[in-house]
Design a protein around this ligand. Structure first.
Ligand SMILES: Nc1ncnc2c1ncn2[C@@H]1O[C@H](COP(=O)(O)OP(=O)(O)OP(=O)(O)O)[C@@H](O)[C@H]1O
Length: 358
């Protein structure tokens, strides 16, 4: 297929193979693919080393581990690490999320039923309600909460002692956490996107667990298209496995992986149909920009928000598109990636470029 001649319009509603968030199938398979110990956890060397120290020290002291805050994009392994923390501390784990805790009472119910040493994993901690957040401050610091009974002037605070526990908070938006909450974590780790070599190790490990034969080139081909994200690497591996089974002899090498991912429209840099449609419109219709977001969105037949929130972050991260005060601009890497030559005037003196739309 020649993607440059693509004429059909993608819709964001299409389930994206390269979406970083988990889909239904991921949830079913991920449990089997999760590393169970720090040793098995691939990459994130600095985080691993630091966490190893925190956990070993706590174990030596016979104490509960400090509260841990994990920040980073979806699919980088925050849930996996929280489970590893529990397993390394030989402790049970309770999993919940910020949006599930809308009232302080919801949190009080969870906290009061924790066992000593238990790990409480609170995903999307930045989305907790304010009253619950304030209750959490005291719980984290003093292992105590005040449960308010009644309303108005008659309301009474009943203090409730909690067993020591380890809170593992996860967030994609560390900047949104109020400082008093952030300060109560003893250890904070920011998880980075993975290097291709690390993703190759993830792919090899998952292939082994899924009983799939894959060679080094096949793993490299999948890793290179996985947008720095283990969840995406695992998802692409599963789709390539299907292709290898149906169209080849079941084994995955470079050719099979490339052919499979071409069918699924994930290109060599991990761009999918929507990403490419945005770049193509920017280059072919608007000479590389600057062009306003709304105009660009109309050109690809998508909502403004879809272009801005679904396609652009990765294109910006990859250095293919820049957001400027005058509009969206393609970088030289974008022209090179799509195999197109920038028009003469785009290379000329500043001020020569046209401004399209708003
Ligand atoms: N370092 C790693 N080594 C091997 N596999 C990993 C690693 N990190 C993540 N994975 C795999 O990627 C998948 C997604 O990981 P996980 O659910 O922990 O991500 P997450 O950061 O919690 O995502 P979300 O923010 O969407 O909840 C899991 O199947 C896990 O097996």
């Amino acid at each position: 297929m020649n993607w440059d001649d693509e004429t059909t319009t993608p819709t964001a509603a299409d389930a994206r193979l390269v979406a970083p968030a988990a889909d239904g199938e991921d949830s079913a398979v991920e449990a089997a693919l999760r590393p169970k110990s720090l040793d098995e956890f691939v990459g994130q060397e600095r985080v691993r080393q630091q966490l190893d120290l925190v956990l070993r020290a706590a174990r030596q002291r016979g104490a509960t581990a400090d509260h841990v805050l994990l920040s980073g994009a979806p699919g980088l392994g925050k849930t996996t690490l929280s489970m590893i923390i529990a397993s390394e501390m030989n402790a049970p784990i309770r999993i919940t999320s910020g949006p599930a805790i809308q009232h302080a009472g919801d949190l009080a119910a969870i906290l009061s039923s924790l066992q000593e040493g238990e790990v409480l994993f609170l995903d999307e901690i930045h989305r907790m309600s304010r009253p619950a957040e304030e209750m959490l401050y005291m719980a984290m610091e003093d292992f105590r909460v005040d449960v308010i009974v009644g309303k108005g002037p008659g309301a009474t605070a009943i203090p409730l002692e909690l067993p020591p526990f380890t809170l593992v908070g996860a967030t994609t938006r560390a900047g949104l956490l109020p400082p008093p909450l952030r300060d109560r974590f003893g250890f904070t780790a920011h998880m980075e996107f993975y290097e291709p070599a690390e993703l190759e190790r993830v792919v090899h490990r998952s292939a082994q667990l899924l009983d799939v034969v894959i060679d080094a080139d096949g793993a490299a081909e999948i890793a290179g298209r996985s947008r720095g994200t283990p969840r995406i690497a695992n998802r692409l591996l599963r789709r390539v496995r299907d292709y290898a089974q149906v169209e080849a002899d079941g084994r995955i090498g470079r050719k099979v992986a490339a052919a499979a991912l071409q069918v699924y429209e994930v290109d060599t840099r991990g761009l999918d149909r929507l990403d490419r449609a945005v770049l193509q419109a920017l280059l072919k219709l608007f000479g590389g920009g600057p062009v306003g977001l709304s105009t660009l969105a109309v050109a690809v037949g998508e909502e403004r928000e879809t272009v801005e929130e679904v396609a652009e972050p990765f294109l910006v991260r990859e250095g293919l598109l820049a957001r400027t005060p005058r509009g969206r601009v393609a970088t030289p890497a974008a022209w090179a990636h799509l195999g197109l030559t920038p028009p003469q005037q785009a290379q000329g003196a500043s001020g020569q470029q046209g401004l399209f739309g708003t």
